[in-house]
Design a protein around this ligand. Sequence first.
Ligand code: HEM
Length: 309
Amino acid sequence: MHEIRRYVANIESVNVSARRAWSVPRLRAGGTLRRERRRTRDSVDMGVVGMIVVADALNIISRSGGAFATRWAHVVVGIMWIGLLYYFNFVQVPAFAEMEAAARNNAVDKLASRALWWFRWAAAATVATGIMILLFQENGDKAQLFSSDYMKSVEGMSIFTGILLALTMFFNVWLVIWPNQKKVIANARNVQAGGEADPAAAAAGRKAALASRQNTIYSFAMLMFMVGTAHFFSSGSGFVQSPSGGDRAAYWGIAVVIWLVFELNALGVIGGTTANVTNWMYENHKNALITGGLLVVVYYAVFYLVLKA
Ligand code: HEM
């Protein structure tokens, strides 16, 4: 108690002397100091104004500049997320299957845990920047995110299909892969420290692996819609600019059923989590690549058959 009071008194005395040190020259020097401070403030103001003028001249401070900057950031963090997803699926999982238990536990502890940090935060940043694009880009005088006309257009149907797949992937990361991987990491650390292996760790690893392979399968179709929105799925490429209500309902009915069947399968609701015919696509990365490629063909066929002009 005594010490705390002395500490507070010290701070107060420092503050008082600092105030005095500031006020004395101010009183003595009077106008000179005021002029000095005004000059500093003016040059800071000019610097800020200069930066704004330059940024404005470069078109960055504008609605389209914001849309461009967020699109760029979106692709950077999207690469980080999907790059790590492909690393896990095509490199790490097959390599871990060939490694000895001690080496694998060490790699899970030191390497996979770090990769998973970047992976899950890149996923969050991808969703955030994607939503920002929809806020910067406009349809008429409304942000795309709040424009029902945009959602009904062929571009809107393309991007919202991509977003449906990407959001599912995001929830798979945060609600399935990461909670289960935490158990795998905890087990690896415990065993390394000489503890007993957790009998539930293998099942947790399997659940995470199924969701991760499903994300790989979704990723190819998801990217087709992300990239296709600005570069292909439009009236200029032979699609109906404003599809009818019936065509929209038909498209979404089929697209949502395909999406749901895959997700329920990955979660083990259909067919469980053991090795069986419905889980064939998750058993190795080649099967996941084949299924992902087929899903691109199926989604493109549905989009084309229902929405071509
Ligand atoms: C829920 C998550 C996501 C949202 C809300 C979202 C949103 C968007 C939006 C609004 C666009 C612009 C569409 C347009 O051209 O008007 C876009 C484009 C794009 N997105 Fe996403 N996205 C998401 C996930 C992802 C993921 C996971 C990736 C993976 C790399 C990705 C990669 C891209 C790419 C490459 C483009 C195209 C950029 C271009 O053509 O200039 N997005 N996204």
